[in-house]
Design a protein around this ligand. Structure first.
Ligand SMILES: Nc1ncnc2c1ncn2[C@@H]1O[C@H](COP(=O)(O)OP(=O)(O)OP(=O)(O)O)[C@@H](O)[C@H]1O
Ligand SMILES: [Mg+2]
Length: 227
């Protein structure tokens, strides 16, 4: 499903994002990606959606060989991989409904079908009461839910969630985790980058640890920082 083969990423400035990472994530897995700030988690996500190319190594996502993927086929990849960005990237001048609808419009889904899909999803994610509000009118947890809805609207095979519980209180974080687990149980592969020690240690999922751009640990039922 995701196969990362000896991947390194160096930025133009000379900064190192990742060094010689190899990792396989099978279909249907739930993986926590942990590591200190600057260890390369977001860099890895950006590579997986072909936001940029690695300096070295191969990346396969589903049937796509990202090094060989022509730019015009990137939208095909993005349909399969939903992302909840660390900074959410919701459009401030559009309502939650409109933000969630946007990927469907870009994909050319007919208006009526798209509206029905957005209504269904927003109620499944439990933010339907906020559908016609703008992002500034929502709380942090509500915004995270909105970003998750937008990432899921095209029913991706893979969901990448970058710090989806950042700055949320423990109860709201629990709600987000329940949602991500339900999505995973329905078959979506989930990779979640997080600093949240308690969540990682409670859920006993696979934990992949990065440190200074290197993959230093990969444990089946792992803990944060344990070995
Ligand atoms: N566009 C860029 N240009 C130059 N350096 C970058 C760029 N993006 C990331 N880096 C560097 O690459 C390293 C990894 O950054 P990355 O954002 O992947 O870390 P992270 O693990 O997501 O951190 P955090 O937990 O704070 O989100 C850092 O040293 C960062 O400064
Ligand atoms: Mg990051």
């Amino acid at each position: 499903m995701i196969k990362i083969d000896s991947v390194s990423k160096t930025f133009g400035s000379g900064a190192t994002g990742l060094t010689d990472i190899s990792l396989v994530v099978e279909r249907g897995e739930f993986v926590f990606l942990v590591g200190p700030t600057g260890s390369g988690k977001t860099t890895l996500f950006r590579l997986l959606i072909r936001d940029m190319l690695p300096t070295k190594g191969l990346i396969h996502v589903g049937d796509f060989d990202l090094g060989k993927l022509p730019n015009k086929k990137i939208p095909h990849l993005r349909k399969k991989v939903g992302v909840v960005f660390q900074d959410l990237k919701l459009l401030m001048d559009r309502t939650i409904f409109e933000n969630t609808m946007l990927p469907l419009e870009v994909a050319g889904v007919d208006n009526l079908g798209a509206k029905k899909r957005v209504e269904e999803l927003l109620s499944q994610i439990n933010i339907e009461t906020h559908a016609h509000k703008f992002p500034v009118q929502l709380s942090g947890g509500e915004l995270q839910r909105a970003a998750i809805a937008r990432a899921l609207v095209l029913s991706p095979d893979i969901l990448l969630a970058d710090e989806p519980t950042g700055n949320l209180d423990p109860e709201t974080s629990k709600g987000i985790m329940k949602l991500l687990q339900e999505i995973n149980e329905k078959g979506t592969t989930v990779v979640m980058a997080t600093h949240n020690v308690e969540i990682v240690n409670t859920l006993k999922k696979r934990v992949v640890t990065l440190e200074k751009g290197k993959l230093i640990r990969d444990e089946k039922k792992g803990k944060y920082g344990a070995s």
